[in-house]
Design a binder for this molecule. Structure first.
Ligand SMILES: *Cc1c(COP(=O)(O)O)cnc(C)c1O
Length: 301
């Protein structure tokens, strides 16, 4: 399964960056596929290949009702001929929100579990209780992170001809940053921007997968927690799109880019540095976020 497109590298031109003597390029992984976008494609590709080779007919995975990973797995199942079942955290959503509506249109079947049961989803008891009636399924963890996912993310920078100093990426479960870390040359490093509050567990998770220590996490730009946003962030995302023609999602890439711009402003980077920003996608979530923002009078353009 090859990439459907060659992923463009887009330079950001801005007097602000010139003044700081920095070169910033965005790896537009969001353009890989409308719904299997960005890192979710990378994380799924070797898992799908494995599941096909082992002749599994069904993919089972987990996520919240707005999850990019749920949308991506549903789309991938349709495209590559798997039945898909999504275990969704929380009560049944009716009418379906845009993410679940899309996943359902791709053929995904849902099983809703309450939040306390959901927390135990990796246990054998959970699987016996909720999944035992499903024939020969291949289980993809929440967020899609496993060894094969990390292997896929090691290819994000594989076609990079440009020499660079720093890579920035948004983090959830840490699979994407782990792949990036493993693909670095000795003089390069990665900065991860967790979208979750209290992401202390994340470093430990990343350590399970990586083969060097050329990375750090910046915990300052979660905006109050996962899926939490404020007017400042929405305003930044909107202005960024108008100015640079790059849409950002408010949950992951918007927070990362906000953080990066703030660090640049504070002269965090050595003059002359070249920075690669991985656009991990996630744009499918904007419609759902806008539904939630309506009552605050905010909107993502
Ligand atoms: C899922 C996701 C991430 C987080 O990736 P992890 O591998 O879980 O750290 C980052 N950005 C976007 C847009 C995502 O959808």
């Amino acid at each position: 399964m090859y990439l459907p497109v060659k992923v463009p590298l887009q330079e950001i031109r801005d007097p602000f960056l010139e003044e700081k003597s920095l070169h910033v390029f965005v790896k537009r992984e969001d353009l890989i596929h409308e719904k299997i976008s960005g890192n979710k494609w990378r994380k799924l590709v070797y898992n799908l290949q494995y599941a096909k080779a082992q002749q599994f007919s069904t993919l089972v995975t987990f996520g919240g009702a707005f999850s990019n990973h749920i949308a991506a797995t549903a789309a991938a199942g349709k495209e590559f001929g798997f039945k898909t079942i999504g275990v969704i955290r929380g009560e049944e959503y009716l009418p379906l929100n845009s993410t679940l509506h899309y996943a359902s249109a791709c053929g995904m079947e849902f099983r809703y579990v309450n939040r306390s049961a959901y927390r135990e989803k990796s246990s054998r008891e959970f699987q016996e209780k909720y999944l035992s009636d499903i024939q020969d399924y291949y289980l993809i963890p929440e967020g899609g992170t496993n060894e094969l996912a990390v292997q896929g993310c090691e290819e994000i920078l594989a076609d990079m001809e440009l020499d660079f100093d720093v890579v920035c990426c948004a983090c959830g479960t840490g699979g994407t940053i782990s792949g990036l870390i493993n693909s670095l040359k000795p003089h390069q490093k990665v900065i991860g921007f967790p979208a979750l509050k209290g992401a202390g567990f994340l470093a430990e998770e990343i350590d399970k997968y990586v083969r060097n220590s050329q990375w750090s996490l910046n915990l300052d730009y979660h905006f109050g927690g996962y899926a939490k946003v404020n007017e400042n962030l929405i305003d930044f995302v909107n202005r960024f799109k108008v100015k640079h023609k790059i849409p950002l999602d408010p949950i992951y890439t918007g927070k990362m880019m906000f953080g990066l711009w703030d660090l640049i402003e504070k002269d965090y980077f050595r003059r002359g540095s070249t920075i690669i920003v991985v656009h991990t996608g996630g744009l499918q979530g904007i419609v759902g976020m806008n539904e939630r923002l309506k009552n605050k009078g905010l909107q993502i353009l």
